[in-house]
Design a protein around this ligand. Structure first.
Ligand code: EPU
Length: 426
């Protein structure tokens, strides 16, 4: 499957943001901690959710889409601590299952995690955290002799005082989830601050966990030393701030006016500040933001940072916007070391981009982009390509769209409603 896009269209209308990929995946993983079924609401229909549900099913859990946006997970029949190798090695987010699995079953066996090709993405911090809680870690072949991975065991996990040497989002979430069932108190220092973390803590606390400080750099967890009951009320997934941000950048490049609804503007202040710097007027309501393309887009440099800084996941879409800006902008990626895989294709489309080193690119604009056949290297670059193709004169194709479907629900249908000419073709 590919997307076929006829460029040169201005976009107009409203687009509603779905539930956050990077929140729902963690809530799904947390289900393993509970001794009762849980229900999640505002669950996006994206491929990563389907893959994680498959992984849960392979462990023995039952997952059921109740209504369109409701997912029920029954973790009680779980009978294995081994993640399915084929699925897990293609999905980096499979790592979030390991902590809860270890806490619940005393054992987790999994392959080296795969996922987006955006840097080394090691798991050393996770391993150190589990070791500090008393787990034994063996590197192992997890599927015959070919696939390397890990077997982690712990008869009993105990609380620990742990400092992250690098701020890690899934590292923080994973150790927080593991600590919930450990015995005694865990303190996590230099923890990540992303809004998905307090959201996960709120979900766990509603189910009997005792977590304080989530959303700050020090998180304290009083472990229950056993199982957790699950909350009876369904848990609502927070809006996807990266999807919302992607649509705002799209609106800044292409919008007569685009109103992004069902979002939380408080989670997007760094992007809004940069859009204002670029000359884009942002109208902000309680749960919506409206933008349009200004007469002149001004060159604006960004550095990606941990939350509340400018998100690395919006770096590629913002770079695509800067190809339309007057002057020179520097994009400095500080979180990952290999997140410029999209640059060569944007250059083939006519962008003027100089790669200074593995962390910095310099964009000179504005440049009229030309249609090309391009292949999406990862989820977020995929969205940047859709945007470039809508900006370009002529007919482009974007292939490897599984990468885009991993995190953006029915993006073609939703962009069509704004006036984009985009089709999904064989
Ligand atoms: N790191 C280590 N060792 C570790 C773990 C991380 O050195 O054990 C390093 C990474 O290599 C990276 C830095 O720490 O240089 C920060 O990475 P982090 O661990 O925070 O990233 P992540 O948790 O793997 C999540 C999101 C990503 C998002 C990043 C940064 C999920 C499932 N993924 O990844 O989202 O880019 O945080 O905000 O929550 C996406 O949605 O497209 C995506 C890639």
């Amino acid at each position: 499957m590919k997307f076929l896009i006829r460029g040169g269209k201005k976009l107009l209308g409203e687009i509603a943001v779905k539930g956050a990929k990077n929140a729902v995946l963690k809530a799904m993983a947390a289900s393993l901690l509970f001794s009762r079924p849980i229900t999640l609401e505002n669950v996006p229909a994206i491929e990563d959710v389907s893959r994680l549900a498959e992984l849960l099913e392979k462990l023995g859990a039952k997952t059921e889409r109740k209504k369109e946006r409701m997912l029920r997970i029954d973790p009680t029949p779980i009978k294995s601590g081994r993640l399915d190798t084929e699925i897990a090695k293609r999905l980096r987010a499979s790592m979030v299952l390991v902590g809860p699995l270890l806490a619940r079953r005393g054992e987790a066996i999994f392959p080296y995690p795969g996922g987006c090709v955006i840097g080394k993405r090691p798991i050393d911090i996770f391993l150190d955290g589990w070791k500090a809680m008393g787990a034994k870690i063996n590197e192992a072949n997890v599927s015959g002799a070919t696939v390397g991975g890990f077997a982690i065991k712990a008869k009993k996990l105990h609380g620990t005082d742990f400092t992250f040497r690098v701020v890690s989002v899934t590292g923080t979430e994973t150790l927080m989830m593991t600590a919930v069932l450990a015995e005694g108190k865990t303190v996590l220092r230099n923890a990540a601050l992303e809004p998905e973390i307090p959201a996960l803590a709120e979900f766990l606390n509603a189910s009997g966990a005792k977590i304080s400080g989530a959303g700050t750099s020090t998180i304290e967890i009083m472990g229950t030393g056993g199982k957790l009951l699950a909350a009876r009320r369904p848990f609502t997934v927070i809006p996807d701030r990266i999807e919302a941000g992607s649509f705002l950048i799209l609106g800044a490049a292409l919008g007569k006016k685009i109103k992004v609804t069902d979002c939380n503007p408080a989670h997007m202040s760094a992007l809004l500040a940069k859009l204002e710097d670029a000359g884009v007027r942002c109208e902000v309501g309680r749960n919506w933001i409206a933008v349009g393309r200004p007469k002149k887009i001004l060159a604006t440099s960004v550095q990606t940072r941990e939350y509340p800084g400018f998100p690395t996941d919006l770096q590629a879409p913002f770079a695509a916007l800067m190809t339309q800006a007057e002057g020179e902008s520097v994009i400095f990626e500080t979180i990952f070391e290999n997140r410029f895989g999209y640059v060569e294709d944007l250059k083939r489309m006519g962008a003027d981009i100089f790669v200074a080193d593995t962390h910095r690119i310099i964009i000179r604009g504005p440049r009229q982009l030309r249609a090309r056949e391009i292949e999406s290297p990862d989820l977020r670059a995929g969205l940047a390509f859709l945007m470039a193709a809508i900006l370009a004169q002529g007919e482009s194709t974007v292939s490897n769209i599984y990468q885009i479907d991993r995190g953006y629900e029915k993006i073609d249908e939703r962009l069509r409603k704004l006036g984009a000419e985009i089709e999904r073709v064989e």
